[in-house]
Design a protein around this ligand. Structure first.
Ligand code: ZN
Length: 132
C-alpha cells in the first residue's frame, strides 16, 4: 500500500491527485488489477471528474456549498462542521480504478481528486493495488 499526504489551502476545494495515484500504481508493480484510492477522513472525500476545464470542479465546489449550507440551524453536531461530514458521505471516501498495463484506466478528461470539505488541513490518501 502507498500512502501520501495532500496539503489543502482552503475550507473547501478539489485537489488533483491524479499524478500521485498514477505514481502509486506504478510503484506497486501490478500490471493488471484494481486500485482502491481511499481517504481516511470524515470531512473529505475522493472523486473522479473532469480535469481539463478547472471550472468543472469549481462548479462542483460552488454548488455543493450552496446545496449544503454550513449554517443550517437544524444541524446538531457540536463541532459545527456537519456540512463537511454530509459532503464527505455524498462524494464518498474512495474510488476504485481498473489497472491495465501498470496504469489506472482513466478517461481522457478524467482526473482523481481529493475533495476537501473542512480545510485547510493535511490529508492522507491510501492507494491499495491488488493484482487480478
Ligand atoms: Zn465534526
Amino acid at each position: 500500500m502507498v500512502r501520501f499526504e495532500v496539503r489543502t489551502h482552503s475550507r473547501t476545494g478539489f485537489v488533483d491527485i491524479t499524478s500521485e495515484v498514477v505514481e502509486a500504481v506504478g510503484e506497486s508493480g501490478v500490471r493488471s488489477g484494481i486500485a482502491l484510492v481511499y481517504c481516511p477522513h470524515t470531512t473529505a472525500g475522493i472523486t473522479i471528474n473532469e480535469n481539463a476545464d478547472p471550472d468543472v470542479v469549481n462548479d462542483l465546489e460552488m454548488k455543493s456549498t450552496k446545496l449544503i449550507e454550513r449554517d443550517d440551524t437544524d444541524f446538531t453536531h457540536a463541532e459545527g462542521n456537519s456540512d463537511s461530514h454530509l459532503k464527505s458521505s455524498l462524494f464518498g471516501a474512495s474510488e476504485t480504478l481498473i489497472v491495465e498495463a501498470g496504469a489506472p484506466m482513466l478517461g481522457t478528461w478524467q482526473g482523481v481528486y481529493l475533495a476537501e470539505f473542512d480545510g485547510p488541513r493535511t490529508r492522507s490518501v491510501f492507494v491499495k493495488v491488488v493484482a487480478g
